[in-house]
Design a protein around this ligand. Structure first.
Ligand code: 13P
Length: 259
């Protein structure tokens, strides 16, 4: 079973227009360093169009370098009176092909639940976007031996009711909350254990064949010097990178490890 590895940069609420453009141009210009790895840049929404232009995005979301663009969040409705929100078709309209959903910062700081993530995941798929659905336990949950239970609840809740053909299109990101922005990366064994659990859950939701197609990224303090050991694990199919995605050298160094 060959899955194409996917490395995405979650820029969170960082950079300005000039720096976002410069970083996107650098990644697109050096994309060959990542070999066959799929590269996705997820800037703040206001810079999606600028980043799209910088990588030469066509209307259908493809670019000469193959670098794709994704959003960090979206609303679940296609239009309407939702001040301050962004609709899935609007993301498609400006060439986005991906959207991060249910990131732990959205869950803890903005009250998103598995039900919210489930609704948004269905809306993203209906609009033709590929959702990157994030799950992961807190330190307290890990230390209380609740990792498996927490991730199981998050996966089953966030992906409830998806058809097998929709399930095989999604990307899952396992991001242990204690590893995000802390410099404390999960060991390859810790990550692999949860990735295997997630693949098993996907098999139960659909089938082993569908589960074998789904790309599962690891996220949380991924750096160029720890990426190769993570990439060597059988169920780790890429990375969702925060801090290290803000520098072209580091982001491409991580991508290279997954090539
Ligand atoms: P860091 O790579 O900065 O730990 O962030 C991970 C993350 O939250 C990506 O979505």
């Amino acid at each position: 079973m060959s899955r194409r590895n996917i490395v995405a940069g979650n820029w969170k609420m960082n950079l300005d227009r000039a720096k976002a453009t410069e970083l996107a141009q650098a990644v697109a210009g050096r994309h060959a360093e990542a070999g066959s790895v799929e590269l996705v840049l997820c800037p703040p929404s206001v810079y999606l169009a600028a980043v799209g232009s910088a990588v030469g995005l066509a209307a259908n979301g493809t670019s000469p370098s193959g670098v794709a663009v994704g959003a960090q969040n979206m609303h679940d409705k296609a239009s309407g009176a939702f001040t301050g929100e962004i609709a899935p078709p609007m993301l498609v309209d400006i060439g986005c092909r991906f959207v991060i959903l249910g990131h732990s910062e959205r869950r803890t700081l903005f009250g998103e639940t598995d039900a919210t993530v489930n609704t948004k995941t269905k809306a993203a798929l209906a609009a033709g976007l590929t959702p990157i659905v994030c799950v992961g336990e807190t330190l307290e949950e890990r230390e209380g031996n609740r990792t498996q239970a927490v991730v199981t609840t998050q996966i089953n809740g966030s992906l409830a009711g998806l058809s097998p053909s929709d399930l095989e299109k999604i990307v899952v990101a396992y991001e242990p909350v204690w590893a995000i922005g802390t410099g404390k990366v999960a060991t390859p064994q810790q990550a692999q254990e949860v990735h295997a659990l997630i693949r098993g859950l996907l098999a139960s939701l659909a089938s082993p064949a569908v589960a074998a197609k789904v790309r599962i990224q690891y996220g949380g303090s991924v750096k160029p010097d720890n990426a190769a050991d993570l990439a060597a694990q059988p169920d780790i199919d890429g990375a969702l990178v925060g801090g290290a995605s803000l520098k072209a050298d580091d982001f491409l160094g991580i991508a290279k490890a997954f090539a």
